[in-house]
Design a protein around this ligand. Structure first.
Ligand code: C2O
Ligand code: CU
Ligand code: CU
Length: 465
C-alpha cells in the first residue's frame, strides 16, 4: 500500500507447502507463502517500509542485498527477529555456553515483528532480499527465504528497453530433494545442534541437482519473437553458472549485458556466455527475432553436468513488433573513481582456516566475530580493496557499489563492467575493487556469498564513521 510518500508492505515469514517437483509436496520457509517471496517494485528515492512478522520456528534476519540502507534496517546477523516463545539469546547463550555465538552487546533483537526501512536513494537495479542470521544463513536461504526487489528510476525510464511481459526477473537457484519431496540439506537440523560439523561436501558449499527458476524446476517460458530483458540473480547457496542461450540448431544467441549488480552499464557489453556467481545479478537483453514459432531457446549452464547443464527454456510463440532499442550509451551516472584518489589500500585474504572450533572459512585467518571491528572507514573516502582467494569466493560488500579495478594485476574481465556489489574471485586470484561509502554510517558487513562459507566464518565487520 501507499501512504505519506512511503510504500508500505507487510510480509509474514511462515512455512508453506509448494509443488516444485511433480506429485510430491515440498515444505518451504517462505515470505508470504511463496517461493521466491513477493517481488517488490519501487522508485528511486521513494522510501519503503516492510513490516516482517516471523511465524517460523527459528529466529530470522532480513537483509536487502544491494540496498543502501540505514544500519538498523540492514539485517545485521545478530539483529534477530525472535519467534514467539523463543528464549532471549543472552540467556540461551548462558545455558549452552557456545563459544562460537560470541556475545554481541550491540545486537538489537525484536520479538515476532520488525519494521525494516529502505530509503532506496540509489540507482535503478535488481536487488534481492534474503535471510542473514548468523551461522544459519545458508539453511534459511536453502529453505526458501529469498525474494526480489526491483528499483526503477528516470534514467532507465528514458530508455526504450524491453518492458512489461518482455522484462523477466529470474531468480536462479539449485536445490536437492529427498524422495518424499522434502528439501535435502547435508547439515543436520540446525536447531538440534548449535553448529553443524564441517564435513565435505558441506564445507565447499551445498549444491543441488535440480535447477529452480522462480520456484519452478527447469521452467519453459513462452516468448514472442522479439527482444527480452532478462534480469538474472544467482540465489544459489554455492553454485556458479556459466550461462548461454542456445537455439534448437545449436546457435548461441548474444547475451547483451546492459546492467550489473548495481544497475545500468555505461554501454552494452555483448557476451556469448556469462558467468554468474552466487548473489551476482546480470541484466541482459536476448533477441528472439527471426526464430521459428514453436522453436526453443535453452538457457544452459556450461559449468553443469547432466541435468544441471540445463537452467530453463524459452518457447517462441509468434513474430511480433518490437519497439525496444538498446542504445550505444545507456547512462552517464556511473562513478569514475581513480586509483590516485584512494586514501587507503586494504588487503584481505579469503582462505580456509583452522580455529578453536575446528576448520572453517576465514578472512585474514579469523572467523566472523560480531564484537570485533575489522574495518573502520570514513564516509566519503575513496578506497581500494584488494582480495586474495584460495578457491572460488564471491565477495560481497554491503552498503556500496564498487568498480572492479584489476584481476591479478591485469585489466578486469568483460563481465566486471559497471557498478558491482559482488566480485567473483577465481581460485588463487587477487582482485582489486575501488569504492566509496557515501551513504549511511554504522555497522555493516562484507563476506563471501557462498552461503556455507559465510556461515562458517567468512564474514567481517565494516564500521562506517
Ligand atoms: Cu546477500 Cu550480506 O548478503
Ligand atoms: Cu548484501
Ligand atoms: Cu567463499
Amino acid at each position: 500500500g501507499t501512504s505519506g510518500g512511503t510504500d508500505r508492505y507487510e510480509i509474514t515469514q511462515r512455512q508453506a507447502t509448494a509443488r516444485i517437483l511433480p506429485g510430491v509436496p515440498t515444505t518451504l520457509w517462505t515470505y508470504n507463502g511463496t517461493y521466491p517471496g513477493p517481488t517488490i517494485e519501487s522508485r528511486r528515492g521513494r522510501p519503503v517500509t516492510v513490516l516482517h512478522r516471523n511465524e517460523l520456528p527459528v529466529p530470522t534476519v532480513v537483509h536487502l542485498h544491494g540496498g543502501r540502507t540505514p544500519a538498523e534496517s540492514d539485517g545485521y546477523p545478530t539483529d534477530l527477529v525472535l519467534p514467539e516463545g523463543w528464549p532471549d539469546p543472552a540467556s540461551r547463550r548462558r545455558r549452552h555456553g557456545t563459544a562460537h555465538m560470541a556475545h554481541d552487546p550491540r545486537a538489537v533483537t525484536s520479538r515476532v515483528t520488525r519494521e525494516y526501512t529502505y530509503p532506496l536513494d540509489q540507482r535503478a537495479a535488481l536487488l534481492w532480499y534474503h535471510d542473514h542470521r548468523m551461522d544459519f544463513t545458508a539453511p534459511a536461504i536453502w529453505r526458501g527465504l529469498t525474494g526480489m526487489h526491483i528499483v526503477r528510476d528516470a534514467v532507465e525510464d528514458a530508455l526504450d528497453l524491453p518492458c512489461g511481459e518482455r522484462e523477466l526477473a529470474l531468480m536462479i537457484a539449485d536445490r536437492a530433494f529427498a524422495a518424499d519431496g522434502s528439501l535435502a540439506y547435508p547439515a543436520l537440523d540446525p536447531e538440534l545442534r548449535d553448529r553443524p560439523g564441517v564435513t565435505e561436501p558441506y564445507a565447499a558449499g551445498v549444491l543441488g541437482d535440480v535447477i529452480v527458476v522462480n520456484g519452478a524446476p527447469w521452467p519453459v517460458h513462452e516468448v514472442d519473437a522479439v527482444r527480452h530483458r532478462l534480469r538474472l540473480v544467482n540465489a544459489s547457496n554455492a553454485r556458479h553458472y556459466r550461462l548461454e542461450a542456445v537455439t534448437d540448431d545449436g546457435r548461441r544467441l548474444d547475451l547483451v549485458q546492459i546492467g550489473a549488480d548495481q544497475g545500468l552499464l555505461a554501454a552494452p557489453v555483448t557476451h556469448t556466455a556469462l558467468p554468474i556467481a552466487p548473489s551476482e545479478r546480470y541484466d541482459v537483453v536476448v533477441d528472439f527475432a527471426g526464430l521459428r514459432p514453436g522453436s526453443r531457446v535453452r538457457l544452459r549452464n556450461r559449468l553443469g553436468s547432466g541435468r544441471t547443464r540445463e537452467v530453463m527454456a524459452f518457447r517462441v510463440t509468434r513474430a511480433a513488433s518490437d519497439h525496444s532499442t538498446i542504445p550505444k550509451a545507456l547512462c552517464d551516472d556511473l562513478p569514475t573513481w581513480r586509483r590516485s584518489q584512494a586514501t587507503a589500500v586494504r588487503r584481505f585474504t579469503f582462505r580456509a582456516g583452522q580455529g578453536q572450533q575446528g576448520s572453517g572459512w576465514y578472512i585474514d585467518g579469523k572467523p566472523f566475530d560480531p564484537s570485533r571491528t575489522d574495518v573502520r572507514t570514513r564516509r566519503g573516502a575513496v578506497e581500494v580493496w584488494r582480495f586474495t582467494a584460495d578457491v572460488h569466493h564471491p565477495v560481497h560488500i554491503h552498503q556500496t557499489g564498487f568498480r572492479v579495478l584489476s584481476r591479478d594485476g591485469r585489466a578486469p574481465l568483460p563481465y566486471d563492467a559497471g557498478l558491482k556489489d559482488t566480485v567473483s574471485l577465481r581460485p588463487g586470484e587477487t582482485a582489486e575493487v575501488i569504492l566509496r561509502f557515501d551513504g549511511h554510517r554504522g555497522r555493516y558487513l562484507f563476506h563471501c556469498h557462498n552461503a556455507e562459507h559465510e556461515d562458517m566464518g567468512m564474514m567481517a565487520n565494516l564500521e562506517i564513521v
